[in-house]
Design a protein. Sequence first.
Length: 697
Amino acid sequence: MEQGANVALASLPGVGPVRSGKLAKLGLERLGDVLWHFPLRYEDRRRVFSVREAPEGELCCVKAMIAQSPQLSRARSGVELVKVKCVDETGTLNLTFFHQSYLRHAFSPGDTYIFYGKAERQGRGISMVNPLFEKEGEEKYTGRIVPVYPLTAGVHNALMLSLARLAVDQVAPGVEEVLPLWVRQRYGLCQQEFALSNIHFPQNFEGLESARKRLIFEELMTLTCGLAMLKGRRQHFDGLQFSPHAPAEFCTLLPFTPTGAQKRAMEDIFRDVTSGQSMNRLVQGDVGSGKTAVAAYGAWAAALSGVQCALMAPTELLAEQHFRTLSALLGPSGIRVELLTGSVKGAGRKKLLQELAQGDIQVLVGTHALFSQGVAYHKLGLVIADEQHRFGVAQRGALAAKGGETPPHVLVMSATPIPRTLALMIYGDMEVSIIDELPPGRTPVSTYVVGEDKRQRMYGFVRAQVAAGRQVYLVCPAVEEIGGGEEEGQTSLFPAMDLKAVTTYAKTLQEQVFPDLSVGFVHGKMKGKDKEAIMSAFAAGEIQVLVSTTVIEVGVDVPNATLMIVENADRFGLSQLHQLRGRVGRGQHESYCVLVSSSRSETARQRLRVLTQTTDGFRIAQEDLRLRGPGDFFGQRQHGLPQLKVADFASDLELLNQARQAAQELVEGDPDLKREEHRPLRRRVEHMFRDNPDIFH
Ligand code: ADP
Ligand code: MG
């Protein structure tokens, strides 16, 4: 028989072809796979109770003696059941087993067993249904901490337990140590074998904790090593060399003086695009930090270098706004900026595509449509993706493919709903510029959480703002847009109003609440042209109160708007609310954000209060991640990282930081992990990235 990790599960006694087929569904084919199939949770079966002490309604171990031969009977439904009466000095334990009639021969009076099951009070004794049992003196899975595995139909925990036992005994001792000694010493990590043994069968919870810590660290370090190696490779790509047009020259076109952080980001881009190597840069900055100007510099530099720039936005609304901004900024220098979205159709589209292919258009702004079939560039030199977290990593590759022989430079602009470390992981192959400075003269947006009882006062406040010449956003979550549409796919904690309800509410506001004000309504299902008409009316100040669904979440810029009201605010993630709030406080006027929540849940209110306490996008993102977890955080979007087994981005940020640091040091000294002592780690990295084997050389 084969030894160790490679033993096929099908060849093991008690498995057989049917079960091995089911195990394969869990990704388990060999004994080595079982070793890395970690428990979901653990049951503490260390304490064995007497009948009297057994905690009511809880899973627990009770030791008792079989008092009578088991009785087989048949329930009215026809189901066979076996009843067994047991006793100890303190009372009676009555057992009922369903669907296991063979058990009538299993128990002999006088034998003592440990039973594990849910204890229900029954007179002076207790009862259990279908408990696990082990004979006294032969305990393997009672009287200790027992793992519970992810299961599937036909694979019981009992089977997993015996396989895991085998894997830990036979495979774990031979697993190579992947973490160098200095890493283990510096970060206080236990050895591989101890970790693998304790993650399955912990001696105690301290042992489990140190096993978990070590395995999480190992996983994160493998991941970050892989990303660092990937990044190292990227830097060697040849890129288009732009002609040297420095940021200072561009800044004379801006209607304001750029902040130091904006200038630094532009300098970073300048260095990249003139280096002869391909740029792959992430510009990260909170809402309102002025990323558009940085993007515009890139577009301008591309145009002056005789190549084209494509700027991709996540929504049509945002694309239209960028189009207006860039046209105004670059148009006077003779740079032609055009807009391409799904709404540009027919003859207009055909003409536009023709001009694009001929190179008559220098900057093309749009949505995903920019990279759809039939869109051919003359010479694409720069791709800018705005608010990238809505696109996902996978799409980056697709963008670059449009460039022909030399891939275009890639610039990604992101607000920061992603905590820094996490962002660095997801964008691990990119250089990062951080805009950590807001333009001067911004007053922080005063934020309030209010209940239904304050509604009339709130409407009064809307009037006061409008009377002072300002404008107001009023956002309602609509179910079609939350989690629905491709463009505004958002995640939410709660179901939201349907679009009809939102439409009705907008009408009520106009007709009954603010008949004397000009109220507009915009939602994601409207035609692009209609949306644009309303948005430009709002931008021009013709609409005073703009009721909308979440379409305005990202990027919209109307400095005269000073009040943001969010209805049913508890239905949004905190980062999303932070983005919404970023729509106000963009001019010199004092600005406000009112979060309306009728939720009586104290945790929901508490969550919202985070926004009243801080305007730091990073902190808010962190809190969001903590409260909602990365699954919700990213929604359905692919973030493109390999699947992790034990680590979890939300709770393991501290370890993530340490692992990154260790990985960086390691890769700096040995970029390809070629040294003898790094070979095991390299093999682990290759295994983790096995779906993209081509990324390493
Ligand atoms: P975001 O980073 O959220 O995309 P924007 O680029 O939309 O931010 O900029 C927000 C607002 O701030 C815009 O009205 C823009 O014109 C203005 N702005 C950007 N940079 C500066 C600056 N350095 N000084 C003054 N206003 C600025
Ligand atoms: Mg923006």
